[in-house]
Design a protein around this ligand. Sequence first.
Ligand code: C5P
Length: 221
Amino acid sequence: SHRINIAIDGPAGAGKSTVARLVANALQYIYVDTGAMYRAVTAIALERGLSSEQEAEIGLLARELAIELLPGDDGQRVLAGGSDITAKLRTHEVNRNVSAVSAIEAVRRRMADLQRRMADSKGVVMDGRDIGTHVLPDAELKVFLTASPRERALRRFKELGDNPGITLDQLEIDIAERDRKDQEREFAPLLQAPDARYLDSTGLSVQEVADRISEWGRAAT
Ligand code: C5P
C-alpha cells in the first residue's frame, strides 16, 4: 500500500495534536505539529523583545530562523536556531500572541514552505489550521476536528495541571478569542476544506477519534 498525507485541521483544544500523534503511530507515519512552529516563531520574537505589531521584523525573523521538529518521548521537541525551546512554547504569553504572529503573511509563507518540504515524500500526519485548505490541498485524507468550546477549554485546563495560572472561564475566553483571530485573518484562515471530513469529538475519547481517523487513513491508501 502506498503512503498518503493526512491533514488534520480545527480550532484550539480540539485534541488535534494528541490524535494526530496516535494516528501517526498507528500508521507508522511522521507527525508534524505545525502549531508548534508558529509558537516557536512567537516565543523567539517575544524573547527578542519584539511585539506582534512589528510585522516586518517578525517576518524577517521567521525567514532566517531554522526550525526543526524532532520526535521525543513525551511528544515532539522543537529546535529553533539549534536550541531546544519546547518548554517555552505553551506559556500564556505565547498563547496570547501566537494568533497575531501567525496572521503575518511572511510568517505563513515561510512556515507553509517548510511544511510542504516535510510532506514531500508522503507519510505525514500534519495538524494545524490551514493544512487541508492551503499547505497540502492535495492531501489524500483531510479531517476537520472540533469539539464544543467548553469541552475544548476543559481539555486545555486539565493539561495545565495543579497550577493552571488561569481560570477555566478565562481560558475559554482566550480560546474563543484565538479562534476568532484564526478564522478572521486575511491569509490562509482557519476554515474547513470542502473535501474534509467533519468530526466532532465532543464526548469521544482521543483513542476513539484516533481509531476512526486511522481507519479512514487505511481506507485511503
Ligand atoms: O495548534 P496550536 O493551538 O498549538 O496552534 C497555535 C496557534 O498557531 C493557533 O492558534 C494559530 O494562531 C496558529 N496556527 C496557524 N496555522 C497552523 C497552525 C497553528 O495559524 N497551521
